[in-house]
Ligand binder design. Structure first.
Ligand code: 2F8
Ligand code: CA
Length: 132
């Protein structure tokens, strides 16, 4: 649960980084089971926070529905900011529909990978709040 020591708080969300590896879908299922989802990165600060772990991991990005149209797991289109590594996403071997964080030398650190590859993963649970 987000209250255990396995979760780290940052700017309105709790984050969990796995210590085992799974496919993208199995990783997502694990997050969903934790009443969470794969991480959605929507600010430079959040990108820096995730990158600072220096751990290769699935994030909540996929273009499985329409090749080249990247969406977050909440259904929103990937607009800006975008932190693809140089030359990514390249859909290598015409088979890369899932997003990971990979390159820690640069802020631009996302890569597309085959979804059935085993990888660590990061879940995010946003805190609920009420806007007045
Ligand atoms: O050079 C970037 C390229 O590196 C690998 O392919 C050789 C990655 N694939 C795997 O790790 C399976 C590509 O996704 C990446 O674009
Ligand atoms: Ca790639």
């Amino acid at each position: 649960a987000p209250h255990s020591q396995e979760w780290t708080y940052f700017s309105g969300s709790f984050y969990y980084i796995s210590s085992t590896m799974k496919s993208w879908q199995e990783s997502r299922n694990d997050c969903l089971q934790k009443k969470s989802d794969l991480v959605i990165i929507n600010s430079p600060e959040e990108q820096e926070f995730i990158r600072s772990w220096k751990k290769r991991a699935w994030i909540g990005l996929t273009d499985a529905e329409t090749e080249g149209t990247w969406k977050w797991v909440d259904g929103t289109l990937l607009e800006s900011p975008r932190y693809w590594a140089r030359s990514e996403p390249n859909n290598a071997v015409n088979n890369e529909d899932c997003g990971e964080i990979k390159n820690f030398d640069s802020q631009n650190s996302w890569n597309d990978l085959p979804c059935d590859l085993q990888n660590n993963w990061i879940c995010e649970t946003k805190l609920n709040y009420r806007e007045e």
